[in-house]
Design a protein around this ligand. Structure first.
Ligand SMILES: [Zn+2]
Length: 114
């Protein structure tokens, strides 16, 4: 973890994945630690102490080292925290699905539907 900022409006956690640890290519499964770039993923998580929890996670985009693989680069995922192309953590996504399922009349706010 890099830092935690707490305000009346939100809690923001800034963190980064560890360098040098191989991640599996989603195309072929081969591990790779050959970094192309790093970038910040902004994730929304379930609340913490009644405040929205924002996670700014520095992740790696890696090269696949398998020449037979169709993936040239891929983004590493953090189990339980990130899902490809999702801006919500799996926990928050689960809560929102429950909310949609329980919402009376089926008129779910657009922010919660996905
Ligand atoms: Zn691959």
């Amino acid at each position: 973890m890099v830092s935690v900022d707490v305000s009346d409006a939100a809690v923001t956690v800034r963190a980064r994945t560890r360098s040098g640890v191989p991640a599996g290519c989603p195309g072929c499964g081969e591990p790779s630690a050959w970094v192309h770039i790093r970038y910040i993923r902004r994730l929304a998580d379930a609340t913490l102490a009644g405040r929205p929890l924002h996670i700014h996670l520095s992740v790696r985009c890696l090269y696949c080292e398998n020449p037979a693989c169709s993936k040239v680069t891929f983004a590493e995922q953090v189990t339980g925290l990130t899902v490809r192309c999702q801006r919500r953590t799996p926990e928050l996504q689960t809560w929102l699905r429950l909310l949609v399922w329980c919402w009376p009349g089926g008129a779910v706010p657009r922010c919660c539907a996905s």
